[in-house]
Design a binder for this molecule. Sequence first.
Ligand SMILES: [Zn+2]
Length: 285
Amino acid sequence: MAKLVYIVSDRRAGSTLLQNLLDQIPGMVSVGELRMLQGHLKQEGPGESWAWQCSCRQDLISCPVWSKIHDLVDLKNRRTRLDHSLFESHRVNESLQRYALEGQMVAEDSLKILDAVRKITKAQTVVDSSKDPMQAYYLHAQRPESVRLIFLERSIDELAYSKIKHREGRVPGPLRMWAYLNRVGRQNRSIREVVDRVEADHVHRLTYKALAIDPRDELRKILEFLSFDPIPEQLPDSLEPQNDHSIGGTPSRFQSSPVRYDDKSAAYFRKYPPLSYLTKKWQTA
Ligand SMILES: [Zn+2]
């Protein structure tokens, strides 16, 4: 049985939604993006827009769950910075070699915290949605018997559209979109390259589209993959922040909302057939 689950994905691929859905399953607890822990404790860096709060709307010192974890492991004093990205997407092979020792130390530190979460919450499975493929790789290497990866993919046209809109507040013309698509495509390929190095039957793959269209069916497949027992009759199909004590992710995690497939990018790409054509080529490359 998988005791720890690490979600790997690009940004804007739906990991906040997925970790929240998993968190709602009895016996499963998600900590959100553990790699953002330092920033949330020190109240600096990404997370300012939600004042570095836990999903329960309290800071990590006051949150009933995180304060208990803090009592068990000294969260502030660790050897490594969990948020230090070990992933250099343009050179996967070199990164894996260069960061082997650092990766091992980050994994050990993460495991200490995740073990404490399991102990405190008595959860069967703890989920870390930090997304970083290298962290996932080293975490799995440390405990291949109990760590499983979920690889959440989203098509590059949807990703590029969502990222650029998120960053710039509007969608650009086709030329700039093409440049963006290339960047996203390359990143995607590098992530896949790292994940492919992990034993195939220790990785569950799903797409954002499938998850958004039928969350219950995708959750069932995940639980079967994890040999999770028992699989509840009724699985969640909406984002529900109640009882959630996760960090990081997108601000949407603070509000309940039904899961809906967002296909706004489709209308945009229909306007530019050559762009759509090239995107499909990238996608299958
Ligand atoms: Zn909390």
